[in-house]
Design a binder for this molecule. Structure first.
Ligand code: NAP
Ligand code: MG
Length: 475
């Protein structure tokens, strides 16, 4: 056995500052809320202190966004807006290494993912939407669709920069202004994006970024002068927001949780399927709303596939998020680690068979070894609830109809995967799956041109693609 030499990316590249401030009306300002300390979940050390918004700051930010909408951004020709969005995209690319290291420090995700997925996809969202800004009349929403006004946006901690890009880029392309609240545990990359927005000379007030906890999110979405709310996060909070907004006339999109089925038929190329299963559930520590967290495998190949899977998962390296060889980084917070531990304990208590990789874990920081549960039945909590961690639940099926029935037996409906050699079977199963995104012989592929969103308790509305523009237009 030979070992990998450590290959850490330097944390100096992140240009960490001791303090970060809110971004309101084009300026970085001190907020009236209690400052928060954001930590590196890979080491538990404090990275920086971040000022947070008080209710009066939310009001200031919404007023700034309204002014910018009325006076500048809402009236600007799309061809002009495009130039600003394009500039943001270029600056994200120019500062990509800094953003990748910062994201891995604040979130705990491995540097190879922030470097190769989060940051380039965030830039791609700005590029893509810059292209739409002057072509909205050709998007299928009438010859001259109008923006909505001020968008209040709240995002989670699993893809902090990428979710900010998913929210801000289409809002700006369509002519709206923005008040965005990043997640409490991962505010830093959104605030560096604010620096980029300042660098791009965006008119003051067009984008405002307010760090803080859930109460700041609640104040943003319930502010009476917000016209549109876009929320990505848990189903529980999504439901609270939907209740709050009922009858207000505000336009709402919700991107919530998931419990995706990844179905492997007996004719699938098993070695490729193993790679797809690993990518489906262990990418980003499993902190992925569309993660392939339920593996459905045809009984005749189940034993062979599971054996291959355990061998493969044993090779995954868990540890320092900044090491270029790390496959699985840190769990984002102690709170999330506790939730994963609690749900895996329930799996054992309910009689599922647990296998956990014997990989070494660092002494400090929040880590969880990749885990696979077999003999899982549909009623178990680990088959129904979102674990949001590196834990896979394996169920089996005998016929294609049974596979589809089990896949759809969930309150969610965000994504699904199909592994088979037969194109006809892919089309048959994809049509029957009640999921917003269905991947065939691949998993967790993201592209700004492809709409993303859910059914049922996974939410409603789409982000990305032509369809995603609808959420930010008065149509
Ligand atoms: P969460 O608790 O719902 O938090 C999401 C965001 O909402 C955070 O910024 C949070 O602030 C804020 N928030 C909390 N309470 C609020 C309230 N009453 N009103 C307004 N905002 C409020 O979710 P999470 O546990 O951080 O994130 C994981 C969840 O997000 C998972 O369920 C996952 O499936 C889902 N997710 C979905 C998608 C998708 O596209 N469908 C993508 C990523 C994640 P704090 O940070 O202070 O808590
Ligand atoms: Mg953090």
């Amino acid at each position: 056995m030979w070992e990998y030499a450590p290959a850490p990316e330097s944390r100096d590249i992140a240009n960490l500052k001791p303090d970060y401030r809110m971004f309101v009306d084009g300026q970085f300002v001190e907020g009236g809320g209690e400052p928060l300390k954001t930590i590196n979940p890979g080491t538990e050390e404090v990275l920086a202190e971040v000022s947070t918004a008080a209710p009066a700051d939310v009001d200031k930010a919404v007023k700034a966004a309204r002014r910018a909408y009325d006076r500048v951004w809402g009236r600007m020709p799309g061809s002009e807006r495009a130039k600003y969005i394009f500039r943001i995209a270029r600056l994200v690319q120019e500062r990509s290494r800094e953003l990748a290291v910062l994201e891995s420090l604040d979130n705990g995700k491995p540097i190879k993912e922030s470097r190769d997925v989060d940051v380039p996809t965030a830039a791609a969202h700005f590029f893509y939407h810059a292209g739409w800004a002057d072509k909205l009349g050709h998007a299928g929403y009438g010859p001259d669709p109008k923006p909505l006004g001020v968008a209040g946006q709240v995002i989670p901690w699993n893809f902090p920069l990428l979710m900010a890009a998913w929210k801000i880029a289409p809002a700006l392309a369509c002519g709206n202004t923005v008040v965005l609240k990043p997640a409490e545990t991962t505010p830093l990359s959104a605030l560096v994006l604010a620096e980029i927005i300042q660098q791009a000379d965006l008119p003051p007030g067009v984008v405002n970024i307010l760090p803080g906890a859930g109460d700041v999110g609640a104040a943003v979405v319930s502010h009476p002068d917000v016209d549109k709310v876009a929320f990505t996060g848990s189903t529980d909070v999504g439901k609270v927001i939907q209740r709050q907004l009922a009858g207000t006339g505000k336009k709402l999109t919700l991107e919530l949780g998931g419990k995706a089925a990844n179905i492997v038929f007996d004719d699938a190329p098993l070695d490729q399927a193993v790679e797809g299963i690993v990518n489906g559930i262990f990418f980003n520590q499993g902190h992925v709303c569309c993660a392939g967290s339920r593996l459905l495998v045809q009984e005749s190949v189940a034993e062979e596939l599971l054996e291959k899977l355990r061998v493969r998962v044993s090779t995954l390296r868990v540890g320092d998020p900044l090491d270029k060889n790390t496959d699985i980084g840190a769990i984002n917070s102690r709170e999330q680690l506790t939730r994963i531990e609690e749900l895996t304990a329930s799996g054992e208590a309910e009689g599922a068979q647990r296998w956990t990789s014997s990989c070494p874990l660092p002494d400090k920081g929040f880590y969880f070894a990749p885990t696979v549960f077999s003999n899982v039945s549909q009623a178990m909590r680990i088959a129904r609830e979102e674990i949001f961690g590196p834990v896979l639940s394996v169920l089996t099926f005998r016929t294609p109809d049974e596979a589809v029935a089990k896949a759809n037996n969930t309150p969610y409906g965000l994504s699904a995967g199909i592994w088979t050699e037969k194109g006809s079977r892919i089309l048959w199963a994809a049509q029957k799956m009640r999921a917003g995104v269905v991947w065939a012989n691949t998993f967790n592929r993201f592209d700004p041109t492809a709409p993303f969103g859910g059914y049922q308790e996974s939410g409603f509305g789409r982000e990305g693609g032509r369809t995603g523009l609808e959420a930010y237009l008065d149509v």
